[in-house]
Design a protein around this ligand. Structure first.
Ligand code: SF4
Length: 391
């Protein structure tokens, strides 16, 4: 299902207003400083933070617990959302939404919301997959974003804003479940997990990503537990080591995708800067320092990296490390030439890893019908725009 967003009129285009900065760029201390600057007592910062991140208010005017004058001052200086939704897609099975956002400078980014129904072992979960850059410079050949090139870094507000957008959807869904008595008031789940696996390399935008994590993790706001947040890197070694020194328990995922330099360099140019041995050494040092498991992402490309011999190499490489491998049969991109392996091949790969004591999961595929793979929706929208322009 596609919900087109109304376009601006020619008159609006003729006189563009200078966009106000988003308040989502402020960390806790900065918000406290802002409140002091506006002559309000410190507890107002707490109220404002909760209104934005816990109650998910979409306008300052709706924050009726704040004094009218204070709301007017905020309205004058800031916006809340740093972008406007350009497209919102909902997968046929209802499990996945994908949103495309247009930012003030016209750049576009994607965010995915994945829903997991509760079962005997786990509660209801909703995961937000967010972007950290518009485009990406690292050029992995299987990735739609990599095929589009780097545009710019996202601000903290643009990263946090993506989670807030899907948190509002989650809030509306929770309220509907309460109204239909499917869940009790105390069972609301909101957004339970955040993965930094959308467009861009989070560690190439390190400071804004870390600041966004602190905002998401804040107990008075969205309160997303650090252990429910995962940062995925293509393998920037200096940043992996820096990340090991961060004070929070956020998960680290590493996009490995091949067990040797020969195979990895073909699909991931970054491997020429940080080869497999250097990368795995950094991961082992990360585990030693943090005592936390590393998650290795391994996109299975039929005929490229999914042979039994490659599974044996991967098993030998990771043997003895505190880690988990996520095997992901590729989401073929329209411009890419990769094929998805048959399911039996994925399961065979998994069985070989087990013989080395390396645990793994074949990841559940979600949102194939709405181009949920990183960068696929932006690519599709731009292609359609080009086709329309040249028609
Ligand atoms: S997989 Fe990640 S790092 Fe590689 S090109 Fe795509 S967005 Fe960039």
């Amino acid at each position: 299902m596609t919900t087109p967003i109304p376009q601006t009129t020619p008159d609006e285009k003729a006189a563009p207003a200078q966009p106000k900065p988003s308040i989502l760029n402020l960390g806790r201390k900065e918000m406290l400083a802002l409140v002091a600057e506006l002559g309000e007592p410190p507890y107002r910062a707490e109220q404002l933070w909760r209104s934005i991140y816990h109650e998910c208010k979409t306008s300052f005017a709706d924050m009726t617990n704040l004094a009218k004058g204070f709301r007017a001052s905020l309205e004058e200086r800031f916006s809340i959302d740093p972008f406007t939704p350009a497209l919102h897609l909902h997968s046929r099975d209802g499990s996945t939404d994908k949103a495309l956002f247009r930012m003030a400078d016209g750049e576009m980014i994607e965010t995915v919301l994945m829903r997991y129904e509760p079962d005997a072992h786990r509660k209801r979960r909703r995961t937000a997959c967010v972007s950290t850059q518009a485009g990406c410079a690292l050029g992995c050949t299987f990735c739609a974003t990599g095929q589009q090139g780097f545009r710019r870094q996202l601000t903290t507000g643009e990263i946090v804003g993506q989670v807030l957008y899907v948190a509002r959807i989650a809030q509306a869904e929770d309220n509907a479940l309460i109204a239909s008595r499917a869940i009790a008031q105390g069972e609301v789940s909101g957004i339970t997990n955040v993965v930094f696996m959308g467009m861009g390399e989070p560690f190439a935008n390190y400071d804004n990503t870390m600041k966004a994590i602190r905002v998401l993790n804040d107990g008075q706001g969205m309160n997303i537990g650090a252990r429910h947040i995962t940062v995925s890197t293509v393998g920037l070694v200096p940043q992996i080591l820096k990340f090991a020194d961060e004070p929070f328990q956020v998960n680290l995922a590493v996009s490995l995708h091949a067990p040797d330099d020969e195979t990895r360099s073909v699909t991931m140019p970054i491997n020429r800067r940080y080869p497999v041995a250097t990368l795995i050494d950094a991961c082992r040092r990360y585990v030693e320092k943090t005592d936390r498991r590393v998650f290795f992402e391994y996109v299975l490309l039929a005929g490229q990296n999914d042979s039994a011999a490659q599974a044996h190499k991967l098993g030998a490489l990771l043997r003895g490390m505190l880690c988990h491998v996520n095997l992901i049969p590729v989401n073929p991109t329209e411009k890419g030439s990769y094929r998805r392996p048959v399911q039996a091949r994925s399961l065979e790969f998994q069985t070989v890893l087990l013989t080395y004591g390396v645990p793994s999961t074949v990841r559940i595929e979600k949102g194939i019908d709405i181009s949920a793979g990183c960068g696929q929706l932006r690519a599709r929208v731009l292609d359609q725009a080009e086709a329309t322009a040249s028609a």
